[in-house]
Design a protein around this ligand. Structure first.
Ligand code: XLS
Ligand code: NI
Ligand code: NI
Length: 438
């Protein structure tokens, strides 16, 4: 097979003194951090749609990317070249996992049958490449938002024919994910939401979304797919309101419909920003509910109100993210999937390498800092002291369910002098800085 990225050799760890832009300065896959190697902690994944299929187009302009398969005309030949290129890229980047939508792999055919045939042909190639290189599939998914047939939603479409079509796509995508040993399967409700309530039966749409997910759970069981099922929240874009708004909303939805034991959450940093939350907030909500499954690693631009899917470079955010992930005991079988794309102006193949290196180093540094924070226990100790009142006396009685309003009323009458305590936010922020900067 031809070499697609001849300008880059294997990207290696060279340490923080290195000035080689094609080297890792922090990501050292074999390095043991706490109880695992960096590779085991971070479980990086290439997002096929951005790194391989994406061509740099945006709302205002056509594709700008130069890619090594541009000379090929036949869409199936392009699809094949992309599959080989993806594996070369993963090897050169030392990334073990990839993720895809069914539609990323192969062109849509004239019929659903033909579309599946095209996808199957590429899946065979992926299978061979995976066996040869040991690379693994973090998750598969079906794109139920791109084609005009999904303009009013997929499982939440007013048209049951669309619901059925979407079910067929998920059925096949799940089978493929299983065939390739995928460790998770993702549902991102791309158009599962509404544009206006004037035309929307919200109750029926939500009920149908739950019906659809129950069918998915049943089918996974039927075919023996044991990977983790994940829901990826996003508040808006493409629709004005997405039903999977944020982690708390998704957990409420799953519990309402008896689906919570079957799903975990795939948290995307940029989606958190769009929901008005920090990345850490979303991870925390998922973690304390035992629902933290996987991460779409990227970042937004706080001045832009859409999903810019930039590579993570903000070390504060990656540190606090890795802190939550360590306290969660890791992400496996989930991982850190770079749902991130290079900017439209970064149109050369080599920019794909720079983007991934930046993201991997930002997370590796974040992991190193977070590990020291966890080991020192400085933050957890502060928090523990802050809530010490709930371990004895009246606090313990509240926590143990031994008192109600009547008893608390009596207690408050005799204990109405309250001693204030500082939350010490600035002191803690400075401690965090010490860990990041030292
Ligand atoms: C879009 C989503 C999408 C999912 C997979 O905003 O992030 O890329 O991760 O469908
Ligand atoms: Ni995503
Ligand atoms: Ni996104």
């Amino acid at each position: 097979m031809k070499e697609f990225f001849p300008e880059v050799k294997r990207v290696q760890f060279e340490g923080k003194e290195s000035r080689n832009p094609l080297a890792f300065r922090y990501y050292n896959p074999e390095q043991v951090v706490g109880d695992k190697t960096m590779a085991e902690h971070l479980r990086f994944s290439v997002a096929y749609w951005h790194a391989i299929t994406g061509d740099g187009k945006d709302m205002f302009g056509s594709g700008s990317a130069i890619r090594p398969w541009d000379d090929l005309k036949d869409p199936m030949e392009v699809a094949k070249a992309r599959a080989y290129a993806c594996f070369e890229f993963m090897e050169k980047m030392q990334i073990q996992y990839f993720c895809f939508h069914d539609t990323d792999l192969a062109p849509e055919g004239a019929s659903l049958r033909e579309t599946f045939k095209n996808i199957d042909e590429i899946v065979e190639i992926l299978k061979e490449l995976m066996a040869k290189t040991g690379r693994k599939l973090l998750w598969g998914t079906s794109n139920l938002f791109g084609h005009p047939r999904f303009m009013h939603g997929a499982a939440t479409s007013p048209d049951p024919k669309v619901f059925a079509y979407a079910a067929a796509r998920v059925k096949r995508a799940m089978e493929i994910t299983k065939e390739l040993g995928g460790e998770n399967y993702v549902f991102w409700g791309g158009r599962e939401g509404y544009e206006t309530l004037l035309n929307t039966d919200m109750k029926l749409e939500l009920d149908n979304l739950a019906r659809f997910l129950h069918m998915a759970v049943d089918y996974a069981k039927e075919i023996g797919f044991t990977g983790q099922l994940l829901i990826e929240p996003k508040p808006k874009e493409p629709t004005k309101h997405q039903y999977d708004f944020d982690t708390a909303t998704v957990i409420g939805f799953l519990k309402t419909y008896g689906l919570d034991e079957h799903f975990k959450i795939n948290i995307e940093a940029n989606h958190a920003t769009l929901a008005g939350h920090t990345f850490q907030h979303e991870l925390r909500v998922a973690r304390i509910n035992g629902m933290l499954g996987s991460v779409d690693a990227n970042q937004g631009d706080e001045l832009l109100g859409w999903d810019t899917d930039q590579f993570s470079t903000n070390v504060y955010a990656t540190t606090l993210a890795m802190y939550e992930i360590l306290l969660n005991g890791g992400l496996a079988p989930g991982g850190l999937n770079f749902d991130a794309k290079v900017r439209r102006g970064s149109y050369e193949p080599i920019d794909l390498f720079y983007g991934h290196i930046a993201g991997m180093d930002a997370f590796a540094k974040g992991l190193l800092v977070a590990q020291r924070l966890v080991e020192s226990g400085e933050l957890e100790q502060f928090i523990s002291n802050r809530y010490a009142g709930y371990r004895t006396g009246i606090g313990a009685k509240i926590v143990n369910g031994e008192v109600g309003f009547k008893e608390l009323y009596e207690y408050a009458l005799d204990n109405d002098q309250i001693t204030l305590k500082s939350g010490r936010q600035e002191m803690l922020e400075n401690i965090l800085n010490r860990y990041i900067l030292d």
